[in-house]
Write a protein that binds this ligand. Structure first.
Ligand code: TPP
Ligand code: MG
Length: 344
C-alpha cells in the first residue's frame, strides 16, 4: 500500500506497476468509452438522440485508472459528464445505450437519460445534472458505508467548476470530520462550461483545497492512466481501511465543447492549447507505453479497438430494437413507494 498523508499535495504517489490483466482491463475500458461516446456524437448529430449530451472524450484515463480499484459493491456518484464513469464501474452497455435512446429497456426505463443514469446492481447511485450536488450525496453514502462496516468505498467525480460550489465544501468537510470512506475525484479539465479555470478560481492546483479540510490532496496527470492508477489505489485503500477521505485532482482536458451542441474553439480556447492536449491523448500515450514495454503489439491493440466498436454496434442495435415507454406510464418508476408502517 502507498501511504498518503493529510497535507500531501504533490503527485509523488507511485503505485506498483499493475499486472498484465489489469493493464488490459484499463485499456479496454478506455477504448470502450472512446468508441461509445464517439458513436454518441454521431448519433446526436444525426438527430437520433434527444436532450443534451456532455461527453468525456479525452478524459478516459481518469475513469479507467480510478474505477479499476472498485468492487461492484462500492458506490459511484458522478456528474453531468458521467458516461465514462458509469461504463468503467460496470454498467451494462446495452441498457445504457437504450437509456440514451429513451427506451423502456434503458437502465432507468428512459426516465433518467444521459445525466441521471443509475444502476444500483453495480453500485451506481447516480449521475447528477446539478453541479456539485453529487458531493453531499456521496458523503451520505459514505456514512451509510461506515455504519455498515463492510469495507465499502464511495467514489465521487466532479469537475473543476464544481469545487467552487457550496455543496462541495459542505460535502467534503463533513466526510473529513467523520472520516468517511469517500474518494473525491476532481477532473480538472480547465473549463467550467465556457469559463477558464484561470478566471473562475484564484488557485491553479485544486488539490490544495484538501488542506482546508484536513485530508490528503493529491494530483496526477489525468492523461496518464498509470499515474491515475497509482493515486487512486492509495486513496481507495486508505478509504477501505478506515483512513477517511482523499481529494484527488486529475489534470485533464475535454475534446469537445461543454455539450455536443457547443463549439469548442469558438469560446476563446487557443488552438495551440487544444493541439497540445490532443498530442497527449490518453489512449495513444497508453498504447505507446504498452508497445514500448513489450506488453502488447499494435495488432493486439487494434483488435481490442475493433472489438469495442463491435460492442457499441451491438448496443445500438439493442437500443434501436427496444420499445419506447408507453406515454401512459410516464409517472411510473419515478417515485419510490413509501414504506408501509413508517409514519409520515
Ligand atoms: C448548480 C448548478 N449551477 C449551474 C449549472 C449549469 N452548469 C452545468 S455544467 C456547468 C459547469 C461545470 O463545470 P465543471 O464542474 O468544471 O465540469 P465539466 O463540465 O468541465 O466536466 C454548469 C455551470 C448546473 N447544472 N448546476
Ligand atoms: Mg471542468
Amino acid at each position: 500500500m502507498v501511504a498518503i498523508e493529510a497535507g500531501q499535495t504533490n503527485s509523488a504517489v507511485d503505485g506498483a506497476m499493475p499486472d498484465r490483466a489489469t493493464l488490459l482491463a484499463m485499456y479496454q475500458t478506455m477504448v470502450n468509452i472512446r468508441a461509445f461516446e464517439t458513436r454518441l456524437v454521431e448519433l446526436f448529430n444525426a438527430g437520433k438522440l434527444g436532450g443534451v449530451l456532455h461527453v468525456y472524450l479525452g478524459e478516459e484515463a481518469c475513469a479507467a485508472g480510478t474505477c479499476i480499484h472498485l468492487k461492484p459493491s462500492d458506490y459511484l456518484l458522478t456528474s453531468h459528464r458521467g458516461h465514462g464513469h458509469v461504463l468503467a464501474k460496470g454498467a451494462d452497455m446495452d441498457r445504457m445505450m437504450a437509456e440514451l435512446f429513451a427506451r423502456e429497456t434503458g437502465l432507468c426505463r428512459a426516465r433518467g437519460g444521459s445525466m441521471h443514469i443509475i444502476d444500483r446492481s453495480v453500485g451506481i447511485l447516480g449521475a447528477n445534472a446539478i453541479v456539485a450536488a453529487n458531493v453531499p450525496i456521496a458523503t451520505g453514502a459514505g456514512l451509510a458505508a461506515k455504519w455498515r462496516d463492510e469495507g465499502q468505498v464511495v467514489i465521487c467525480f466532479f469537475g473543476d467548476g464544481a469545487t467552487n460550489h457550496g455543496a462541495f465544501h459542505e460535502g467534503v468537510n463533513l466526510a473529513a470530520v467523520w472520516d468517511l470512506p469517500v474518494v473525491f475525484v476532481c477532473e480538472n479539465n480547465l473549463y467550467a462550461q465556457f469559463t477558464s479555470q484561470r478566471i473562475h478560481t484564484k488557485i491553479t492546483d485544486l488539490a490544495i483545497r484538501a488542506e482546508g479540510y484536513g485530508i490528503p490532496g493529491v494530483q496526477a496527470d489525468g492523461q496518464d492512466v498509470l499515474a491515475v492508477y497509482g493515486v487512486a489505489q492509495a486513496a481507495v485503500e486508505r478509504a477501505r481501511n478506515g483512513g477517511g477521505p482523499t481529494l484527488i485532482e486529475l489534470k485533464t482536458y475535454r475534446y469537445t465543447g461543454h455539450a455536443i451542441s457547443n463549439p469548442l474553439s469558438a469560446i476563446g480556447r487557443p488552438e495551440e492549447e487544444i493541439d497540445s492536449w490532443k498530442a497527449r491523448d490518453p489512449i495513444a500515450l497508453f498504447e505507446r507505453r504498452l508497445i514500448d514495454q513489450g506488453i502488447y503489439v499494435q495488432s493486439d491493440l487494434t483488435a481490442l479497438c475493433e472489438a469495442a466498436t463491435a460492442r457499441v454496434d451491438a448496443a445500438v442495435a439493442f437500443a434501436e430494437a427496444s420499445p419506447h415507454p408507453r406515454p401512459e406510464t410516464a409517472l411510473e418508476h419515478v417515485y419510490t413507494e413509501y414504506p408501509v408502517g413508517v409514519p409520515l
